[in-house]
Write a protein that binds this ligand. Structure first.
Ligand code: HEM
Length: 417
């Protein structure tokens, strides 16, 4: 990579370029409507499908908005997810520095990435997840009982959405579930663009401390849970170190919690605002699996989670992304591409061929997607069936939207019933 004034001088990846007249637009772009991609994505997709942006860290990177380009990029072996690369386009300093230190496997490449992914895959197969249905239903019912027993109004995000996603993961891993808000705080700090490296390290340190204690206990007395399984099959025979095991458990909690919380909360808000869709699901609950996938597409809460670096020059839609530059595959851009989805803003539970990329694409595609779908189906179906009177407990303007986090979602949603 060279600078334009001096073709032989190297340019540090991610540093602002001097060859463009107008400074690149700032990224991330904000959503106007919480149920759609940021409005600017349409213009980008049409006029600048591979666009240069300035990140909150003041580094520069590329963003990709077309469905075909996003899939091509995420399945290209010349693209790296290694957070230690200087051009890695983290959206906050905290993530970049702490990520390089703790190295969650989502931010690594093969063969390291393959090793940890293989460790988790057997736990999240369709068959294993299907067997969890009854347990998840019981837990969702208990959480709803608690919410309804307390006098309303309630904050739906903490009383239901976060409680469901966090307790399901805790149960799977074998973590006592009393600390639901603790996990939410960890993700809040570690996923925020405004967090410093110290704040992220401190939050993750607290999480790893709790996990380390559990790993120790399960080593002494294994149980029927994921931590015991990984301790017995991976840690004890020496296939992984304790730090590697903690990092893998930590990313599974972080990746699975906030995304699912956001999806439950935003889907509920959307259904509260669209009585005809609510009615359709109440009349025909067999539509729920298709509805969940349509909500995943429309809401695309993990829009800017797939962060990558071009390991070589890469050509996309007639533009070259130079080697070592950071690039972000915008999932909401792809999922709202009219070339792929007819009238993409329409919420249609009968949409055919809904091959959305809400769970990403390629080698890093979401490991927990079957579990996420199960949780969403049960959480939404139970709510519609048991609380038909659910409504917003204030004005729509009082709903607090979360704009500063890796996952798009709601901070607070006051509801009554
Ligand atoms: C609606 C909920 C969810 C959404 C929208 C979502 C989305 C995603 C996306 C887009 C990626 C790919 C990131 C990339 O390419 O860089 C991903 C990866 C991942 N997800 Fe999810 N996820 C959800 C739920 C879950 C759950 C419930 C779990 C586990 C309990 C989980 C665990 C993971 C892990 C471990 C990875 C890393 C996979 C790898 O790098 O190979 N996710 N998720």
């Amino acid at each position: 990579m060279t600078s334009p004034e001096n073709p032989t001088a190297p340019r540090t990846p991610g540093e602002p370029r001097t060859d463009t007249a107008a400074p690149p637009r700032d990224f991330p772009l904000r959503r106007g409507c919480p149920f759609a991609a940021p409005a600017e994505y349409d213009a980008l997709r049409t006029h600048e499908p591979v666009a240069r942006v300035t990140l909150p860290t003041k580094r520069e990177a590329w963003v990709v908005t077309r469905y075909d380009d996003v899939r091509e990029l995420l399945s290209d072996p010349r693209v790296s997810a290694d957070i230690r690369r200087p051009g890695f386009p983290a959206l906050g300093e905290g993530e970049q520095e702490a990520g390089a230190r703790f190295r969650p496997f989502i931010r690594t490449d093969a063969p390291e990435h393959t090793k940890y992914r293989r460790m988790l895959l057997p736990v999240f197969t369709v068959r294993r997840v299907r067997a969890m249905r009854a347990a998840v239903q019981t837990r969702v019912d208990e959480i709803l009982d608690d919410m309804l027993a307390a006098d309303g109004p309630a904050d739906f995000v903490s009383a239901y959405a976060n409680a469901v996603s966090t307790s399901v993961i805790c149960e799977l891993l074998g973590i006592p579930r009393e600390n639901l808000e603790f996990f939410r705080d960890v993700t809040r700090v570690s996923g925020s663009r405004h967090s410093t490296a110290e704040q992220v390290s401190e939050a993750l340190g607290g999480l790893f401390g709790l996990l380390a204690e559990l790993v120790g206990r399960r080593r002494e007395e294994p149980r029927d849970d994921l931590i015991s399984k990984l301790v017995t099959e991976q840690l004890v025979p020496g296939h992984v170190t304790t730090d590697q095991l903690l990092s893998t458990l930590g990313i599974t909690i972080n990746a699975g919690r906030e995304t699912t919380t956001s999806m439950i909360a935003l889907s509920t808000l959307l259904l509260l605002e669209r009585p005809e869709l609510r009615e359709e699901l109440r009349r025909d609950p067999s539509l729920m699996p298709a509805a969940v996938d349509e909500l995943l597409r429309v809401l695309s809460v993990a829009d800017s989670i797939p962060l990558r670096v071009a390991a070589e020059d890469i050509e996309l839609s007639g533009r070259t992304i130079p080697a070592d530059d950071g690039v972000i595959a915008l999932l909401a851009g792809a999922n709202h591409d009219p070339e792929q989805f007819d009238e993409p803003e329409r919420v249609d539970f009968h949409r055919a061929d809904n091959h959305h990329v809400a769970f990403g694409y390629g080698v890093h595609q979401c490991v927990g997607q079957h579990l996420a779908r199960l949780e969403l189906e049960i959480a939404l179906e139970t709510l519609l069936r048991r609380v038909p009177t659910l409504r917003l407990a204030g004005d729509r303007e009082d709903v607090v939207v979360k704009h500063d986090s890796a996952t798009f979602g709601l901070e607070e949603l006051r509801v009554a019933w």
